[in-house]
Design a protein. Structure first.
Length: 309
């Protein structure tokens, strides 16, 4: 799957991923109104609004981008109906030829970790048959429990030729409370990065590993260090736009081949119509606003790469 992701990035010339992290506050009034008229102000109505919102975003951006990253919590909050919307979103993205990075941040051990891996990346056995479940192409994983938590995912990735993005240095302000703590003279995130590179060496594609890392855009100096430490690791970079990351800060997350990283923007794209720069589109044309924000992000990232590489 890493080869397919790289090919899609080359085809689109867009090393970005759109985060499909919908909150009801992002959904324009006309979509909410129609969903509530059909299903009432219920969990099903909310999930339907989220699905219709997502479909509009996907329809207006799929030809520009290689991948999407739905954050499962935004769907789980609506229970079973929300998970159905998550599944519809994943399936529709695949129909449009997009790579799907399931932002699930799972982290457990043994059979529990294996069950998470089967649900999101593999297949589940039911009697004499096996079934795929959510069918993402990549999943995000928390490494806090060590190899016991990661190995079941890697095993499934090898079977299914899928991939992971493992949390190394996250973009949130308090990430340093643990991730920056020194262990044997090194920050913890550096030790995690070394381990990710070692895990990745066991599951390589042609030039990059199927096992990637998450390193936030809000800590560009860390990104520079992690790029040197993990030369064969693809880096998922959250924190662009709404969290303060800019293209000019991100060029060194990439290798000289202009590959090795994919930058995420979530509300900066899907809720672009709420920003002053795109307010002219209005709620009725929220998807067109998302398309323009996507084009602007691609130009920003590529401009930074042109200047730096």
């Amino acid at each position: 799957m890493i080869e397919k992701l790289i090919q899609k990035i080359k085809e689109t010339n867009a090393p970005i991923v759109v985060g499909l992290d919908p909150m009801l506050s992002y959904v324009p009034e006309h979509i909410l109104k129609q969903a509530y008229e059909t299903y009432g102000e219920t969990l099903k109505g909310a999930a339907e609004a989220v699905w219709q919102f997502n479909r509009g975003i996907i329809d207006c951006t799929y030809d520009l981008i290689p991948a999407v990253k739905p954050q499962i919590a935004m769907y789980e909050q609506f229970g079973v109906e929300g998970l159905a919307a998550f599944q519809k979103t994943v399936d529709y993205c695949h129909e449009k030829g997009l790579i799907v990075i399931g932002d699930v941040k799972r982290g457990d051990i043994g059979s529990t970790s294996a069950a998470y891996a089967a649900a999101h990346l593999g297949r589940i056995a039911v009697g004499s048959r096996t079934y795929p479940v959510f069918q993402e192409d990549f999943a995000t994983v928390n490494p806090y429990l060590g190899t016991d938590g990661i190995k079941p995912f890697i095993d499934v990735c090898k079977e299914e030729k899928k991939g992971l993005f493992i949390l190394v240095k996250t973009s949130n302000p308090s990430s340093g409370e643990f991730q920056d703590r020194l262990v044997d003279g090194k920050p913890l995130y550096e030790l995690v990065g070394e381990k990710v590179a070692a895990w990745g060496a066991e599951h390589m594609g042609s030039d990059y590993s199927y096992i990637g890392a998450v390193v936030g855009a809000t800590y560009p100096e860390v990104g520079k260090a992690m790029r040197r430490l993990m030369p064969k690791t693809f880096i998922l970079v959250p924190g662009y736009g709404a969290q303060g990351g800019r293209g000019a800060d991100l060029a060194h997350y990439f290798n000289k081949d202009r590959l090795g990283a994919i930058v995420n923007s979530s509300r900066g794209i899907i809720a672009a119509y709420k920003q002053e720069a795109y307010a002219k589109f209005g709620g009725e044309h929220y998807a067109e606003a998302a398309r323009q924000a996507t084009l602007d992000m691609i130009a920003d990232i590529n401009g930074a790469l042109d200047a730096a590489l």
